[in-house]
Write a protein that binds this ligand. Structure first.
Ligand code: HEC
Length: 273
């Protein structure tokens, strides 16, 4: 059974400026700052910016050459597409960058939230992100650019302190995979307060429907989406998690035998499964 957590920009929070202008021959005049945006307006503004960056990045794809010399550029561009893709959330409304925007150093870009809840709403929310009707995370989104460089959590004798790990409380220790970032990456897709999927397989299924599917396959191989999806996968993946304890992986991917056959076939060089 395949369970893949796939993980891999530009925005400015525009605040009203108080402008003090000296008019010719007149007294000092204080120009009014524009009325602050409501939360709903701020969310719409961020979403529009995210959509624009995704569209601009998609438009660049044909200009990225094939070949190993450009592989890094292709991997980076694919990562950018995934980070700005709202479809990779249960209600198709929340990209990773909604909480991790480049121009605010990859933390949350909404001034009203930063000044109040500090935490951000995830995919399960109503339009106004009313706290009573929306699921919020419990912490401030981390400015995460250093995260992949951190080693597995360890005690550093020289510093006399712990070093490494991911998340504020370092709970992604990296023990299992020897990479805290790889372990961390399995969380946001199925965090009920973030992307909200009931199953990590939903990320793969949404990617398989994305406009950059062939670009993904060109980077990671033609076998990436050779999965026989159950007929109810769209319904299951549009139902917010968490999954029920009695059915922890609600995307039922079928018998392991099918996967073994696929792997044998891929090893034999047959990618047309
Ligand atoms: C609703 C807001 C929200 C969304 C959406 C979200 N995150 Fe986060 N992210 C957070 C919060 C809050 C934390 C800190 C959580 C903690 O420490 O418990 C975090 C932590 C992280 C970290 C750990 C950084 C570190 O320095 O340890 C990474 C990496 C990360 N997020 C990546 C992602 C990716 C990739 C996505 C999309 C698949 C995503 N996030 C979607 C809010 C969000």
């Amino acid at each position: 059974m395949i369970r893949v957590a796939l993980i891999a920009g530009t925005f400015t929070a525009v605040l009203g400026l108080l402008v003090i202008a000296r008019l010719p021959g007149a007294q000092h005049t204080v120009a009014q700052s524009p009325a602050p945006l409501s939360l709903e307006q701020e969310i719409k503004r961020v979403e529009a910016e995210i959509d624009k960056i995704l569209a601009d990045t998609l438009a660049q794809l044909p200009s990225i050459p094939d070949g190993t010399a450009h592989r890094m550029k292709r991997v980076q561009t694919l990562g950018k597409l995934e980070l700005f893709d709202k479809q990779l959330s249960v209600n198709r409304n929340t990209a990773c960058t909604f909480c991790h925007m480049p121009d605010v150093d990859f933390t949350g870009p909404i001034s009203m939230l930063n000044a109040t809840t500090v935490a951000y709403p995830g995919s399960v929310r109503n339009v106004s992100a009313d706290q009573a009707q929306s699921r919020y995370g419990h912490r401030k989104p981390q400015s995460y650019t250093y995260a992949p460089y951190y080693p597995a959590l360890q005690y550093n004798k020289t510093q006399g302190d712990f070093y490494g790990g991911n998340f504020w409380d370092l709970r992604s220790t990296g023990d299992k995979l020897q990479s805290p970032a790889a372990e961390q990456a399995q969380d946001p897709p199925i965090d009920p307060n973030e992307m909200g999927f009931p199953d990590t397989a939903c990320v793969v299924q949404r990617l398989s429907l994305s406009p950059y599917r062939s670009f993904f396959e060109a980077v990671w191989g033609a076998q990436s989406f050779t999965i026989k999806w159950p007929s109810d996968v769209d319904r299951v993946c549009s139902t917010p998690g968490p999954a029920k304890p009695s059915d922890p992986l609600p995307v039922h991917l079928g018998r392991p035998g099918t996967l073994k056959r696929n792997i044998r076939s891929i090893r034999a060089g047959n990618c047309h499964l």
